[in-house]
Design a protein around this ligand. Structure first.
Ligand code: SF4
Ligand code: SF4
Length: 439
C-alpha cells in the first residue's frame, strides 16, 4: 500500500505530506540499490523488505489505531527507555528517524553545526514534520546521556512534548537508587498519558514480550557471527533487521526474526554463505546506526569484507541482557529488576566504563573475527574519547582496528571506502600468512 494509501492519516497527524513522500521515495530508492541488489539473500528477508515499504504507512496506521484505544505511543533515540512498561500498557515504543542528512540544514536553524548528526537529523525531522513516528508519538523520551542531547530536549520540547529521564553517569549505589526512582517516574508518566494504573501483571507481560524480542536478536547475532566458515546473511541485512526491531510490533517482529533464524540455521548446516570463505570478518564498535545510515556497511561489504556484528545500541548492546523475572511478584521488585538490566548497558556516557572493553575483547575472541572497525559519529565526544582506551586494549591483544569518524553526508564515502580497502588488504594478507604458516 505504501504512504500514498495513508495520505489522510499522515496529514491528520501533522505530517508535511508532500515533503514526506519525497523523503520516502529517496529512502526506498536507497534501499532498493543497497539491499535488494545483493546476491543470495535469505527468503525470510521478504518480510523485512515488505516492512520497509510500509515503514511510514501500514505501521503508522497500526500505531495510530493503538492511540485511538488510549494506548501510549512513545518515540525515543536511546535504548535506556524502559520499553517493557510501554509494551505492558499495550502501547508502542519506537525509534525516531535520525539517520538521514536530509533534515540537518533545517535543524541547524536552531542547533549549532558542531554537534552529533544523529541529534541534528532527528531535530530536523521534527522541524520538517517528515517523520510520521515523531508525529504519532504522545511524547518523545529524552535522557541525560550526552551534553548535546540534554540541551536539545529543551529546544525540541518547544515543538513536541518531551519526557526526560535522568540517567546517571556513574553506577554507584546512590546512582542506581536514583535510576530506579526515574523508572518509577517514567511508569507514572505512562499512567498519566493513558489515564489508567498499570498492574504488575501487565508490566510483567510487557517484559516477557521484550525479553523474547531480545532473545531472538541474540540468536540472529550468534548465527551471523559464531560460525567462522559460514556467514549466512550479509551484515547489511543483519543491521537492517536489527534496525526494524525499533519500529515493528514486538510480537510479530520476534516471530519473523525467529523464522529468519530458522532459515539461517539451515544455511549454516548446509554451509551456504553469502561471502567467499576467505572474506575478512569484521566487528563494528561504537555509536548507533539509525536508519537509513547504511554507509559503513555498504562501504565494507562492497569492498570485500563482511560485518558479522555491531557492538552498538542498534546491535549487541541492545539485546545482550534481559530482565530477570524469576520470583517477581510485586512492583518494587520488578522496578529493581528493570534497573538491574538497564544499568548493564555499557554506553560511553558512563565513567568508568571498563565492562565495555571487557565485553568487546570477549566478543572478539568468541566470534573469531579478523578485525574491528571503531565507528563514531562526528562530534560524539563520549565515544570519540573512549576510543583511546578501547583501541589501546585492542592493541595490547594484537587485534587489528580501523577508527572511522563520520557523519551522514555522502562526501566522505569515497575516502571511507579507500581506508576500508587498505584495512581489508592488510587483514587478507595476515590471513594468508597465517594459513601458510599453518601448512
Ligand atoms: S549510545 Fe548511549 S546515549 Fe546513545 S542510544 Fe546508546 S545508550 Fe543511548
Ligand atoms: S551518538 Fe554520541 S553525541 Fe550522538 S546522541 Fe549518541 S551519545 Fe550523544
Amino acid at each position: 500500500m505504501g504512504v500514498e494509501a495513508h495520505k489522510d492519516l499522515l496529514a491528520s497527524i501533522g505530517v508535511d505530506v508532500d515533503r514526506h513522500a519525497k523523503m520516502m521515495g529517496m529512502g526506498l530508492e536507497a534501499y532498493q540499490n543497497q539491499f535488494l541488489l545483493q546476491n543470495n539473500r535469505p527468503e525470510a528477508m521478504k518480510y523485512f523488505d515488505w516492512f520497509m515499504s510500509e515503514i511510514q504507512g501500514d505501521r503508522i496506521a497500526e500505531i495510530n489505531k493503538l492511540k485511538e484505544q488510549k494506548k501510549p505511543a512513545v518515540g525515543t533515540f536511546c535504548i535506556f527507555v524502559p520499553e517493557e512498561i510501554i509494551v505492558g500498557a499495550g502501547g508502542a515504543c519506537f525509534g525516531l528517524c535520525g539517520g538521514s542528512g536530509a533534515t540537518i540544514a533545517d535543524a541547524e536553524t536552531e542547533l549549532p553545526r558542531n554537534i552529533c548528526p544523529l541529534i541534528k537529523s532527528a531535530h530536523g525531522f521534527k522541524l520538517q514534520r517528515t517523520c510520521a513516528y515523531t508525529q504519532s508519538s504522545d511524547f518523545i523520551y529524552g535522557e541525560t546521556t550526552c551534553e548535546a542531547k540534554k540541551k536539545t530536549w529543551e529546544i525540541l520540547n518547544k515543538h513536541h512534548p518531551v519526557h526526560v529521564m535522568n540517567i546517571p553517569h556513574m553506577k554507584r549505589e546512590k546512582d542506581l537508587k536514583m535510576w530506579k526512582e526515574e523508572i518509577v517516574e517514567f511508569k507514572e508518566h505512562i499512567e498519566e498519558v493513558t489515564g489508567k494504573k498499570l498492574s504488575v501483571e501487565e508490566m510483567k507481560e510487557g517484559t516477557r514480550i521484550v525479553n523474547e524480542k531480545r532473545k531472538a536478536l541474540l540468536r540472529l547475532d550468534s548465527l551471523r557471527s559464531m560460525n567462522p566458515d559460514v556467514v549466512p546473511i550479509s551484515g547489511k541485512d543483519g543491521l537492517f533487521v536489527t534496525q526494524m526491531g525499533f519500529l515493528d510490533d514486538p510480537v510479530r517482529y520476534t516471530q519473523k526474526v525467529n523464522e529468519l533464524c530458522d532459515e539461517l540455521e539451515k544455511r549454516v548446516e548446509d554451509k551456504v554463505s553469502v561471502f567467499e570463505k576467505e572474506t575478512p570478518r569484521l566487528m563494528v564498535l561504537g555509536t548507533p546506526f539509525a536508519p537509513p545510515n547504511w554507509k559503513l556497511h555498504t562501504a565494507v561489504e562492497t569492498t570485500g569484507g563482511a560485518i558479522i556484528n555491531e557492538e552498538s545500541c542498534i546491535g549487541h548492546r541492545y539485546y545482550k541482557d534481559n530482565v530477570d523475572l524469576e520470583g517477581v511478584e510485586d512492583e518494587d521488585t520488578l522496578m529493581s529488576r528493570l534497573m538491574n538490566r538497564y544499568s548493564k548497558i555499557d554506553c560511553a556516557c558512563f565513567t568508568p566504563n571498563t565492562p565495555r572493553i571487557d565485553k568487546i575483547l570477549e566478543m572478539y575472541k568468541d566470534r573469531k573475527a579478523d578485525g574491528v572497525i571503531y565507528y563514531s559519529l562526528s562530534f560524539c565526544h563520549t565515544y570519540n574519547v573512549e576510543s583511546h582506551l578501547v583501541t589501546e586494549a585492542l592493541e595490547k591483544e594484537g587485534i587489528p582496528c580501523l577508527v572511522i569518524e563520520s557523519d551522514y553526508s555522502p562526501e566522505d564515502a569515497g575516502q571511507i571506502k579507500t581506508r576500508v580497502e587498505a584495512f581489508l588488504e592488510s587483514l587478507t594478507f595476515k590471513k594468508k600468512a597465517q594459513a601458510f604458516k599453518g601448512k
